[in-house]
Design a protein around this ligand. Structure first.
Ligand code: NAP
Length: 364
C-alpha cells in the first residue's frame, strides 16, 4: 500500500500572506506518548495572522520555516509507545497553537479531548469550537465568573470569539450588547444581543450606569474607553489587540497596553481589568481546558450551540483565506479541511507540467 502523503502550511517568512507556502512534508511518526492523527479539520484564525506577522508573544522565539495551525480535529491513525486508552480511528481534538494546518500531525495523548460520536459529520464545526469557543467559555465562566442578569458588552461581536461570547452569554442568562459594523446588526440581534454600530455610536454612552463586564479583543485606543464604559465595581476582560495589529503598532506598544490594565485597578470606583490568555490558563489549569471543550462538544452534539462555518478551505486556498481574515467582513470561521480536493487538482492538467509536478505550491 502506498504511504499516505503529508502536506503542511508553513510560514516561510514573517509578514503578509505571500510569506506562506504549502509544501509536501515527511509523514510524522508518533513518538512515545503520542498519537498521530489524520487531520479532518483545522481552524484558520485571526491569531494565525498575528503569528504570521510575528506579533504573537507565545511564538516570538520561533523562526521560519514553521507550520501553522492553532487547533485540530482528527482521526488517530498511529499510536506511539506507551499510549493507552486510544484506538486507531478515534476522533480527537487538541489546541496545538502551531503545527496542525497539515494533512497529518502528531499530538501528545495526555492533551487530547475526545470528539463525541454524534459529531461525525460536523468536524469543521467541532474545530471551530476549540480556540474561539473555549476562549469565550473561559472568559465568561473562568475569568469573569458572570452571573445571570448581568449587563455585558462584547466588542467585535460578529467575529469568531465575539459570536461565541454572545451565544454562550445568552445561555448564561446575560443581558448583552455587541459592537460591530452596522451591516452586522441583524446577526447580532439573532445572537440575542443589542447591536451597537461602532462606526456611528459611542458605546460608552449606551448604558448610563455602565456595564458589569466588558469583553474586549480589539483594543481600540488601548482599552481606555472599554474601561470607561464599566459601572462601579465592573470588570474589563481584555483578550486581544486586533486594532493595534491593523494599525501596525509595535509588539512593545501592545504589551504596554496589557501591563497598564493592571494599574487601572488603583483608580477610584473599584473597577478592575485583566488580560486573559487561553494558553496561560491551559498551562495553569490543564483540566479546565479539557472539561470546557468537552462541555462545548456536548452542547454542539445536542444542537444547543451552532458555530458558524463560513467556508471549508483546501490547502491551495489558505493564503487567500488569510487575506480574508485580515480584510474582515467574515461572519463565520474558515476551516482547513485537508481532504477537500485542491483547486489546482480540480482544473484540467496543462500539458506536461501537471498539477502534481511541483513539490512546493506557493500558497498565494
Ligand atoms: N487571549 C486569547 O486567549 C485569545 C483567544 C482567541 C482570540 N484572541 C484574539 O482575539 C481577537 C479576536 O479574535 P477572533 O478570532 O474573534 O477574530 P475575528 O474573527 O477576526 O473577529 C474580530 C471581529 O472584530 C471586529 N472588529 C475589527 N476592528 C474593530 C473595531 N475597531 N471595533 C469593533 N470591532 C472591530 C471585526 O469586524 P470586521 O469584520 O468588521 O472587521 C471582527 O468581527 C484577535 O486579536 C485574536 O488574536 C485571543
Amino acid at each position: 500500500m502506498r504511504e499516505p502523503r503529508n502536506r503542511v502550511v508553513q510560514v516561510r517568512r514573517f509578514g503578509g500572506p505571500e510569506g506562506l507556502e504549502v509544501v509536501d512534508a515527511p509523514l510524522p511518526t508518533a513518538g512515545r506518548g503520542e498519537v498521530r492523527v489524520r487531520v479532518l479539520a483545522s481552524g484558520l484564525e485571526y491569531t494565525d495572522v498575528l503569528i504570521r506577522r510575528h506579533l504573537y508573544p507565545q511564538t516570538m522565539r520561533r523562526r521560519p520555516p514553521f507550520v501553522l495551525g492553532y487547533d485540530v480535529v482528527g482521526e488517530s491513525d498511529q499510536l506511539g509507545e506507551g499510549v493507552s486508552g486510544f484506538q486507531l480511528g478515534d476522533r480527537v481534538a487538541d489546541m496545538t497553537v502551531l503545527g496542525s494546518n497539515a494533512a497529518y500531525c502528531t499530538l501528545r495523548a495526555d492533551r487530547l479531548v475526545r470528539v463525541p460520536a454524534g459529531l461525525d459529520a460536523a468536524e469543521a464545526e467541532a474545530a471551530a469550537l476549540i480556540l474561539s469557543w473555549t476562549t469565550a467559555y473561559q472568559l465568561l465562566h473562568r475569568a469573569a465568573r458572570v452571573q445571570r442578569g448581568q449587563r455585558v458588552l462584547v466588542h467585535g461581536a460578529a467575529g469568531a470569539v465575539g459570536q461565541a461570547l454572545l451565544a454562550l452569554g445568552k445561555l448564561a442568562g446575560l443581558e448583552l450588547w455587541g459592537t460591530a459594523r452596522g451591516a452586522y446588526a441583524a446577526l447580532i440581534r439573532e445572537l440575542g444581543a443589542t447591536p451597537i454600530d461602532y462606526q456611528r455610536e459611542d458605546f460608552t454612552r449606551v448604558l448610563p450606569g455602565g456595564f458589569d463586564v466588558v469583553f474586549d479583543g480589539i483594543a481600540q485606543d488601548g482599552y481606555r474607553r472599554s474601561f470607561a464604559a464599566l459601572k462601579r465595581g465592573g470588570l474589563l476582560c481584555a483578550y486581544g489587540y486586533s486594532a493595534g495589529v491593523q494599525a501596525q503598532r509595535r509588539m512593545l506598544t501592545m504589551l504596554m497596553w496589557i501591563a497598564r490594565l493592571y494599574l487601572w485597578r488603583w483608580f477610584p470606583g473599584g473597577r478592575r481589568a485583566l488580560f486573559y490568555s487561553i494558553n496561560l490558563m491551559r498551562a495553569r489549569h490543564p483540566a479546565w481546558f479539557q472539561e470546557d471543550l468537552e462541555r462545548l462538544f456536548g452542547l454542539l452534539a445536542t444542537g444547543a450551540v451552532q458555530p458558524r462555518v463560513a467556508e471549508r478551505i483546501s490547502f491551495d486556498e489558505v493564503a487567500e483565506a488569510h487575506r480574508r481574515l485580515e480584510a474582515g467582513g467574515l461572519q463565520g470561521k474558515l476551516v482547513l479541511c485537508p481532504d477537500l480536493p485542491s483547486r489546482r487538482d480540480r482544473l484540467p492538467p496543462e500539458g506536461e507540467a501537471g498539477p502534481t509536478a511541483a513539490r512546493a505550491t506557493p500558497a498565494a
